[in-house]
Write a protein that binds this ligand. Structure first.
Ligand SMILES: Cc1cc2nc3c(=O)[nH]c(=O)nc-3n(C[C@H](O)[C@H](O)[C@H](O)COP(=O)(O)O)c2cc1C
Length: 387
């Protein structure tokens, strides 16, 4: 079935007949500057900032710019479908919303707005453990929309099991375990502003609403916020895990598990050997290891190592439809879309996220066809210039 994602383009032009222009920019590379206008310094830099000098964030973009699509003609690409299968689940397009924490610093509705927008477009939302709304409330906002859950793995097994149970009960169909942020990197923009939402209890809703967490407190987070925050911090920061702990997750989660933050082919092999169902090749948008390899540069070797065994997903630096195509051509099954939708949330809540998503998918659909392809599966490394 053809997904009419490209129809957003004529819709926008037709609105022009009624003197209406889109409420937000259609240029994903201009969203950052637009969001800067509406956000205070703290929230803006929390999203836009990176680790250290920002070298990896820049490298993520440079890696996309270095590679170019080589369009093919007369391929009959009129009828297209963006549908694809990831982890055995059918997706409307090879795009998911990346897990982004503390969304209430961007808009009062936070993750609830994102959930509604994602569901209305049919794109899965990946809910972060660092969310500003509970698993249950975001699931209710998602309705029948597809949803995955991202685990920041707490240093407490009972709490971990409780979070997984809640995610399962609330319809989250895959588990994404983020490995690269077991402690926060050196982030100069946030440090210079002394800005960290979590120490004010913002972005802690998933844990603060957890019965196991609450049972361990003398007073509830509503009665004694600081005590709850001080209990929260060591659960999520300062302690790295090891590969031998993965069977614990398998024991307590019966759906697909994806490891996020993989950049080395040997780690990808270990994930496959450990029975994981997928990985996300990601450097967290350059927010963790400054000076690290561009995520797109890491992708081809990782696909060569494990692409025939597990699903390889990708993020870090995806901005345009062409970027999605480049990642797919290098072997990614789907991409996670990050900062641009966060800027959309800041600009217009649910409407802003929906606009950013529809714009990306329209651009992706058009660029897929104009470069001579009908489905994401047709893309090959040979559709790109060598780097
Ligand atoms: C403000 C912000 C918050 C984030 N929070 C999380 C999170 O809670 N969990 C997680 O796994 N990744 C988190 N990420 C990383 C994203 O999932 C994704 O890897 C990253 O945004 C990709 O880079 P890009 O946005 O530059 O494309 C966050 C990223 C940003 C910008």
């Amino acid at each position: 079935m053809t997904q009419p994602f490209a129809d957003y383009q004529p819709e926008i032009y037709l609105n022009g007949l009624a003197e209406q222009t889109p409420p937000f920019t259609t240029d994903p590379t201009a969203l950052d500057a637009a969001a800067r206008e509406v956000l205070d310094d703290g929230p803006y830099w929390y999203v836009a900032g990176s680790a250290g000098s920002g070298a990896t964030d820049r490298a993520n973009r440079e890696a996309f710019d270095r590679r170019r699509l080589i369009p093919r003609m007369l391929t009959g690409a009129t009828e297209r479908s963006l549908r694809t299968t990831v982890l055995g689940q059918e997706l409307a397009a090879p795009v998911l919303l990346a897990p982004i924490g503390v969304q209430s610093i961007l808009h009062d509705d936070g993750e609830l707005a994102t959930a509604r927008a994602a569901a209305s477009v049919g794109v899965p939302m990946i809910l972060s453990t660092a969310s500003s709304h509970s698993i249950e409330d975001v699931a209710a906002a998602s309705g029948t929309g597809p949803r995955w859950y991202q685990l920041y793995w707490p240093n407490d097994d009972d709490l971990t099991v409780s979070l997984l149970d809640r995610a399962k009960k609330n319809g989250y169909t895959a588990l994404v375990v983020t490995l690269d942020t077991w402690t926060l990197a050196w982030r100069p923009h946030d440090l210079d502003l002394s800005y960290l939402p979590f120490i004010r209890g913002v972005g802690c809703a998933v844990t603060f609403s957890d019965p196991v967490f609450r049972a361990g407190l003398e007073k509830s987070p509503e009665e004694d916020l600081m005590a709850a925050v001080l209990t929260w911090v060591p659960l999520y920061t300062g302690t790295d895990k090891t590969w031998d702990r993965l069977p614990f997750l398998r024991e307590h989660w019966d759906g697909p598990i994806v490891l996020k933050g993989i950049q080395h082919p040997d780690d990808a092999r270990r994930a496959a050997d450990a029975g994981m169902d997928g990985i996300v090749v990601s450097n967290h948008g350059g927010r963790q290891v400054d000076g690290a390899i561009a995520s797109l540069d890491a992708l081809p070797e990782i696909v060569a190592a494990v692409g025939d065994r597990i699903d390889v997903l990708f993020d870090s630096g995806v901005r345009t439809g062409a970027d999605v195509l480049k990642a797919l051509a290098l072997g990614a099954k789907a991409v996670l879309y990050g900062r641009p939708f966060a800027y959309g949330l800041a600009l217009g809540g649910e409407d802003g996220v929906r606009h950013v998503l529809r714009s990306l998918l329209a651009d992706l659909d058009l660029t897929l066809g104009l470069s001579g392809h009908r489905t994401p599966a047709e893309l090959r490394p040979g559709d790109l210039t060598p780097r």
